[in-house]
Design a protein around this ligand. Structure first.
Ligand SMILES: O=C(O)CCC(=O)C(=O)O
Length: 360
């Protein structure tokens, strides 16, 4: 790999990154693909074990405490440009991202691998490069999947925000959900806003479209607890559903994703969704994000400087693991994924030509 120095090759990659799914894994994959096509999301159970969740949480608690202190000290006495006490500022309940945009002004997102390697290293095998997740991504988006953004968002607990505690009821969840959105690379607004296309969305009639990007979220608390679930509108990746649920009928379409701590939710960039407030007394609500895109698209995380990224690339090179190289935009064999994909198109076109009967 030009320009990338070989670092010590270790044991960072998951064991099964190079072998095919077993028959039972294939059956699970097929079900997940179908759910993803129809609903826009699927849940992978037990991606992190309870012990892994506890360890990652403990390391994140250290990170967010340091960031809170630094944040309060950096612009003392100001909230949204107005004077405010420290208590008012923490009570605003802003999330803290680790590895996301605020970690560096210079290189996009540093990404978790650069910003907090002691947290990231626990997540590489079970989450970021987990073969179950990458197998699914390849079935849904095509074989050429690349990483884009790997970071954590922490939402402060009631102890800091002064909010209500306990598990929110469904009406409370719906009333409090304030962050309805679709993710980057979605086409929905364009389709919905143009009468020429909008009729294709009526009654969920738009066929499944392989997305340019997909989101994997691994939650570090049970979603039926006070940390609050991910709310989604199933099917909204290919229906005329708007920017948020408005009518009672639309509110009835909202589903709280049923996931436990350590499960990963994998969803289409066109599916409408919102997070929930954190009503836990003292525990932060943690969400680990891996956003993946089709190879060749720009990526927010830095894939060149971080020692952990370089070590992963070196290990992938030593193992001939193009999938991992591609994840870090470092797969340049045989012209790289885009040239190889063009060759596949040519093979398909040639095959169709071969099937043509001679003119009568
Ligand atoms: O906080 C959550 O559960 C959802 C976050 C979200 O919607 C996003 O990162 O796009």
């Amino acid at each position: 790999m030009a320009g990338v120095q070989q670092e010590t090759v270790g044991d960072l990659l998951p064991a099964r990154s190079d072998s095919a799914p077993s028959a039972p894994e294939e059956a699970i994959l097929a079900e997940q693909v179908e759910q993803y096509h129809n609903r826009g999301f699927t849940v992978l159970r037990g991606v992190l074990s309870a012990a892994e969740v506890a360890e990652v949480r403990a390391r994140l608690d250290v990170q967010v405490a340091a960031k809170m202190t630094a944040m309060l000290a950096a612009t003392p006495g100001v909230l949204d440009g107005k004077p405010a006490t420290g208590a008012e500022r923490t009570a605003a309940g802003r999330g803290i991202s680790i590895g996301g945009p605020v970690d560096s002004a210079n290189i996009g997102f540093p990404g978790l691998l650069a910003a907090a390697p002691e947290v990231a290293e626990l997540l590489i095998k079970p989450f970021l490069l987990n073969p179950r997740l990458l197998d699914l991504a390849e079935r849904i988006m095509g074989p050429f999947v690349q990483g884009d953004g790997f970071y954590v968002v922490g939402t402060p607990p009631a102890q800091l925000t002064g909010r209500a505690t306990g598990v929110a009821s469904r009406p409370e969840l719906l009333a409090e959900a304030a962050a309805w959105h679709r993710d980057g690379y979605n086409h929905h607004t364009m389709w919905r806003g143009n009468p020429g296309w909008a009729d294709d969305l009526a009654d969920g009639g738009q066929p499944f479209t392989p997305p340019l990007a997909a989101h994997m979220l691994c939650y570090l608390q049970d979603m039926d607890g006070p940390g609050g679930p991910l709310l989604v509108v199933p099917g909204s990746h290919r229906s005329a559903f708007g920017d948020k649920p408005v009518s009672a009928e639309e509110a009835a379409a909202v589903v709280s994703v049923d996931a436990k701590a350590g499960d990963a939710v994998f969803f289409h960039c066109d599916m409408l969704h919102s997070g929930s407030l954190n009503r836990a007394d003292s525990a932060w609500r943690y969400m680990v994000t891996s956003f993946v895109v089709r190879a060749g698209l720009p990526h927010r995380d830095d894939f060149t400087d971080a020692p952990l990224v370089r070590a992963l690339i070196a290990e992938a090179e030593a193992r001939g693991d193009r999938r991992v190289l591609r994840f870090f935009a470092a797969d340049d064999a045989d012209g790289g994924p885009l040239r190889r994909e063009e060759q596949q198109w040519r093979a398909a076109v040639d095959e169709e030509r071969r099937l043509l009967s001679p003119a009568l």
